[in-house]
Each structure stands twice: as C-alpha cells, then as structure tokens.
Ligand binder design. Structure first.
Ligand code: SF4
Length: 477
C-alpha cells in the first residue's frame, strides 16, 4: 500500500494511540527483546568492539559495492545459478511474473522477504492467478489478515493469541482453541501441503557472500529450508546491500544479528545455499535465480545517508524506540516502520509521499545506541527533516509560521510583543492550575496528549526589569 492509498498519517497515529492492547503488547515485546538482547550481548564480551568491527565491515562493503556485487554474481553463475538485476519495483515484479508464466506456476511458496513486501509482490501474483503463500508463521498470519507487517522481524507483533485463533478459525471453517501449540499445528498442517505443491520457492537473503556466491538465510521455523529444497525453482530476492565480502566477515555480522534482533545467540536455522541441486544432491531446486534489487537504494550511495545501507535488518532500533512503542508499525504506513523505516523510506521513495516519516521520532538517540552497525539514525532524522524543509515539502502554513517565528526571534521588540499577545490570547483557555488542557486551532494537536503550561502573566524579562536588575531578591525578602 502506498502512502497515498491509506488513511492519513494523523488518522493512523490516532487509531494506534487509542488502542490500549497494541500499546501493552508492544511495550511487553520491547521489554522482552531488550532484556534478551542485553543477556545475549553479555556473552559476546566487549559489545562495543563487535559493533565497531561490524560497522567497519559494512562501511567497507558498501563503499565497494560494485566490486562485491560483481564478485558475488560471477560466483553465483559459477555455482550454476542465474543473476538478474532489477532497478525498481516494476522490474522486480515483471521478472517474477515472467518466471511464473515461463514455469506455468500455480503457486509460489515464500519464506520471509522484506523486498517482496517492498514491491507488493503478493497482490501482483494474485492478479495473474498465481497463489502466493507466506510460510513464515508471522507472515502467514498477516497474509490471512490482509495486513502489512508491523515489525521487520516479528511481522504479527500486533496480534494476540485470541486474534490469531479467530483468524485461523475463520480460515479453517471450524473453531480452533486459543492455544499457541494448537494454532501452530494448524498452520503447519496447512503449509506442509502447500510446500509439496508449490512450483516456485521464493526467499529473501539475509547475507550474500561475495567470495563464494552463497546465500545465507536465518530463520527459526525451518520454513526457509523447505522453501529452498522442495520446489523445482528457487528465486532469491535480495536488496543490493545484503553483500558481505566473505565468511570471516559473516561471522561478525551473524554474531550480532540474532542477538540484536531477538536476544538469541543464534537462530534455530542458519542455511547457506551454494547454487541449485548438483548431480549427487538428494534434494534442492533444479534452478536458482537471484534477483538483485536496487529500488531506490542507490539514492543513498555517495550521499551523507550512505551508511543507512549498512543496515542488517535486525529490528533493534524498533525495539527501543518510544515512538514505535506508542504507535506500532502500521501507523508509519511503510513496509519499514520504526527508526530504520523513518530514515530508509523517504530515501527509497522520496519526500513527496513520505516527507512526514522523519518526524516520527523523539530524537532521543536510543535507536543509534542500539544499532549493531552504528548507523547514526537520530542524526539522519534531523538531517532529513532539514532536507524536507529545504525542499519545501512542509505545508505552506507551517512554512509561513516558522518564517514569522524566525523574524520575531531576530527582533527583540517583536518577540516581546508576541509573548504579550500570546499570554492574553491564551488566557481564556487556561485553567486554575495554570495549564492549557485543550488549546485552540493547530495548538490543539499538542494538547491532545499533554498539557501546555500557560505563559505566565509576568515574564522573566519583565521580572528582571523590575527586580533583578536593581539587585532585588527574587524571593522578595
Ligand atoms: S538500523 Fe541498525 S538497529 Fe535498525 S534494523 Fe538496521 S541494523 Fe538494526
């Protein structure tokens, strides 16, 4: 769903902050992930050293992306795979639809792929009569609910057991119990058949190893392994920044990814794929096609925002963000929510539709501290806000107000008269405790969630003129 085809940002945020369940479940999840991350990080030793090494690896790789992409694709082809490059979402979709037609595919089984969410692949597959099936449990839940993921690693974080039971019961045509084991069993039974029947398996790519042309996938459910071994064709959709030079470097980033994401030392499955099935292999696809996707990523190359491509999609920045905790993922409106989404989405898709995203942050800097590859997220958010203003993507009224504010702040007499006017203008809205609980006009948005202290009848400057300047005691004694 694009920014223009969904409710406005204000409406999305209003809906989210008025959902007490959402707030509670996000707060619990953040707490759980943070504690898990702290415990798992302790076992690593000096976390700062690991972060510095990971940052250096990612920065080096992204600075030499053309070299490593070339090395990676040459090696994929040596291994018997095929590599395609897609510039944008339309090209990605066309390549996949063409492959489906060529293979006369009826269904595509998918393990988690954020790029496929980015290009809204499922809807496009359905349009040509191909059934897309999400096999990651969280993705399967939101596919049935016809929703977007609300977290980059826990897509259905916003749903509780009761809601999942209702959803699955509706799908099953019978009442299923609100029991996690039973619900998982149901999903497993449905999906097992789908795996066996699927013509194409489609996965994302956590890391691509340039020196051997290998694809590394991490998962906790084993679904990636079935997706990559049962269907005859395996398509890998990878963002062009997923590359690491070699296995030595993978060791560092892979040590940080699950620890930062869910607090696990390692995920249940780490799968490395080295081309399609060989003659003496017992399973695996007959064909491996890797689609390397740009889709706006090169907008960041060579700019002050290049470091955003260092992201390893761990979700740690979401797990500490106070704004994400209050509004959840859907309020952002983008496939990528939270601090990473607030930076990445406008870079990938422009300010026209996503100019408000960088404002979804308190700028507390918790995201930057949590990021295992040290992306300066909160600094980027400030710089992006500056770009939004400089490129005139803010509303005309807001620009006028700030222009007036700038003029008033630079002329003391204007500033003083403005303060005087404000104190009389706001007086009717002030209660007996000196607070404005419901401010008029555009200030009303501010007081929706907090109280505004009313401007005092005597300003500090007035007091200083009267008392302080003459050596008077502020306490009056
Ligand atoms: S920006 Fe950093 S913390 Fe956020 S998802 Fe990417 S790597 Fe993880």
């Amino acid at each position: 769903m694009s920014a223009n085809t969904q409710p406005s940002l204000n409406d999305r945020v209003d809906k989210a902050i008025n959902d007490p369940f959402l707030k509670q479940s996000l707060s619990n999840a953040q707490e759980r992930f943070r504690t898990g991350k702290d415990n798992a990080a302790d076992a690593l030793g000096n976390l700062e050293e690991w972060r510095t090494r990971a940052e250096a690896i990612r920065t080096h790789t992204i600075s030499n992306l053309d070299y490593y992409l070339d090395q990676f694709s040459t090696n994929v082809e040596k291994n018997g795979g095929k590599v395609l490059f897609a510039n944008d979402d339309a090209e990605v979709v066309k390549m996949i639809l063409d492959l489906c037609r060529e293979k006369e595919a009826k269904s595509v089984i998918k393990s988690k792929s954020m790029v496929s969410e980015e290009v809204h692949l499922n809807a496009r597959l359905e349009e040509i009569g191909v059934e897309p099936i999400e096999s990651d449990l969280g993705e399967y839940i939101i596919q049935l609910a016809k929703e977007m993921p609300s977290h980059i690693i826990v897509p259905a974080i916003h749903k509780n057991r009761k809601q999942v039971a209702e959803l699955f019961s509706e799908h099953a045509g019978r009442q299923l119990p609100e029991d996690t084991k039973e619900l998982t069993k149901y999903a497993r039974e449905v999906l097992r058949d789908k795996f066996m029947q699927a013509d194409i398996g489609l996965t994302g790519c956590n890391f691509a190893i340039a020196e051997t042309g290998s694809i590394v996938l991490v998962s906790n459910e084993g679904n990636a392994r079935l997706t990559t071994t049962v269907p005859k064709t395996h398509i890998v959709l990878m963002g062009m920044e997923r590359i690491v030079p070699g296995w030595k470097e993978l060791d560092v980033v892979l040590s940080l990814l699950p620890r930062s994401a869910t607090g696990q030392k390692i995920t249940s499955y780490v799968t490395a794929i080295n081309g399609p099935r060989k003659l003496d292999d017992r399973d695996g696809p007959e064909e491996l096609i890797v689609i390397i996707v740009d889709n706006g990523r090169s907008n960041a190359l060579g700019t002050e925002y290049q470091q955003i491509l260092n992201c390893i999609r761990c979700g740690a920045c979401l797990n500490v963000c106070p704004v994400y905790r209050h509004i959840g993922g859907h309020a952002y409106g983008s496939v990528y929510p939270g601090p990473i989404g607030a930076v990445l989405t406008p870079i990938l898709e422009g300010f026209e539709s996503w100019g408000k995203m960088p404002y979804l942050s308190s700028l507390c800097g918790a995201c930057t501290d949590a990021c295992p590859v040290k992306i300066p997220l909160h600094e980027y958010l400030v710089e992006l806000r500056q770009d939004v203003v400089n490129q005139k993507h803010t509303p005309a009224l807001e620009r006028l107000i700030f222009k007036g504010f700038g003029v008033a702040m630079s002329k003391p007499w204007m500033y003083k008269s403005g303060l005087k006017m404000a104190k009389y203008a706001l007086k009717p809205f002030q209660d007996k405790d000196g607070y404005i609980r419901k401010a008029p006009s555009i200030l009303g948005n501010w007081t929706k969630a907090r109280d505004l202290p009313a401007p005092p009848m005597e300003s500090f400057r007035e007091w200083w003129q009267k008392e302080g300047r003459q050596g008077g005691n502020p306490n009056g004694n």
